[in-house]
Write a protein that binds this ligand. Structure first.
Ligand code: HSE
Length: 432
């Protein structure tokens, strides 16, 4: 059988998983690729580190030039983290005539269009299924399988680490710090876990998906984002009492005012599919004008789920499928089809508001008065007397639909009232 040389640059959690599949299941990959995927090099920084895998003699190296200069290497799995070095190496690989497979969402979110243009000029391809939602084949699905549709909305749980942490806190009462440590030990978290818990990772993934789904060039850093790092476990408890779970959600949807995109912890109604997503699982709910609603669910982080997506890309590239589908991503750079972003303040939705107020008469009337002045209607109010401390009590208000900018103005005014003792928690409610 014909052999095709494959190299891996970066033997962290995912790279090691990819090598395991290539070495342990060569018969399976050959059957699908129609040729043997022959692992020629595995490039690491530290040759001495134990990675729990036995590589064939001569495969391990700390010299990336061996890959770049070896003509037998046709496809490179590039798993270098960060952006600058990863971009330089990718450009060198493409210039040397190699196709690339990557899981680096930061690189794709920041420099994807530029790298794609370069790859096309050189007649090469870049496959990046593993960059979003780990093992869920969402890139292939929205760019190929749903291509008959105008996607109307795409909402998802896109960060496995955050979902793991919230699940452990919510269902098992774990502390935030313990849950973060566990997510790191399990290999879910980024090298810098702050990127998981502050919403950066989810915003980067949402920008990639928005590119594909809506033809919108969304700069991830312009997506309003918040993570789970400032979330108070009190709100997990109150949300549960109201029949919701809090999840870190990336929302994108077409509106008359353009594409709306936002990432943040949101209340999701119990019993709906997104509310039931646990642990390191991701899920994406897509609504297309022809297909209607479609729901994807699977492990969004972890060694073998992510390696599954990388190896599928490798096989597609070896077969030549990526070379064909990569061309259709040309739409991305078509100015005429570009969709503009809507102003974030114009987002319409319901909100969960937690005010910390003095437990004295007339407080509710004052707060309700300000909300009314901003045309915000109240759906429910609960004062949590059990959590009264030092004369201050949490007061939770669920609003009816309102414009985000109106909610912000109202909160700013309410926080000036002398009965309001600390900053207000404001969480979006995800309605279908
Ligand atoms: N750190 C990422 C997550 C891994 O937790 O989802 C996959 O991108």
């Amino acid at each position: 059988m014909e052999k095709i040389g494959v190299a891996i640059i970066g033997m962290g959690t995912v790279g090691t998983g990819v090598a395991k599949i290539l070495l342990d299941h060569g018969d399976r990959t050959a059957r699908h690729a129609g040729k043997t995927l022959w692992l020629t090099h595995a490039v690491v920084r530290n040759l001495k580190k134990d990675r729990g895998i036995d590589l064939p003699e001569g495969v391990l190296t700390d010299d990336v030039d061996k890959v770049i200069n070896d003509p037998s290497v046709k496809v490179v799995v590039q798993l270098i983290g960060g952006v600058d070095e990863a971009k330089t190496v990718m450009l060198r690989l493409l210039e040397q005539g190699k196709d690339v497979v990557t899981a680096n969402k930061a690189l794709m979110a920041q420099h994807g269009p530029e790298l794609f243009d370069k790859a096309r000029q050189l007649g090469r391809s870049i496959a990046f299924e593993a960059s979003v939602a780990g093992g869920i084949p969402i890139i292939t699905n929205i760019s190929q399988c749903l291509s008959a549709n105008q996607i109307q909305s795409l909402n998802g749980i896109l960060n496995g680490t955050s979902n793991y942490i919230i699940t452990r806190m919510d269902l098992e009462g774990a502390s935030y710090d313990d849950a973060v440590k566990e997510a790191q030990d399990l290999g879910y978290a980024e090298a810098d876990p702050a990127m998981d818990v502050d919403g950066t990772d989810a915003a980067q993934k949402l920008s990639i998906l928005a590119h594909l789904a809506f033809g919108a060039r969304v700069n991830w850093s312009e997506i309003p984002k918040r993570g789970i790092d400032q979330l108070d476990s009190l709100d997990l408890k109150y949300a549960k009492q109201l029949g919701y779970r809090i999840k870190l959600i990336g929302v994108s949807r077409l509106t008359d005012e353009g594409l709306q995109a936002v990432v943040g912890p949101m209340l999701v109604k119990n019993g709906t599919p997104l509310a039931e997503v646990r642990a390191n699982y991701n899920a994406i709910s897509v609504d297309g004008d022809a297909v209607g609603p479609v729901f994807y669910h699977g492990q969004g982080a972890g060694q073998m789920p992510t390696a599954s997506a990388v190896v599928a890309d490798l096989i597609d590239t070896a077969v030549g499928r990526t070379a064909i589908t990569f061309q259709t991503l040309e739409l991305w750079s078509d100015e005429a089809n570009r969709i503009e972003m809507a102003a974030p303040g114009n987002l319409i939705g319901r909100f969960y508001l937690r005010f910390n107020v003095e437990d004295v008469p007339n407080v509710l009337a004052q707060i309700a008065g300000v909300l009314g002045k901003h045309d915000i209607s109240i759906a429910s109010v609960i004062q949590h007397d059990n959590d009264l401390a030092d004369g201050v009590v949490p007061l939770v208000i669920i609003t009816k639909e309102t414009r985000e900018s109106d909610a912000e103005s109202a909160i700013a005014e309410i926080e000036k009232l002398s009965c309001v003792k600390s900053k207000t928690e404001r969480l979006r409610i995800l309605d279908a």
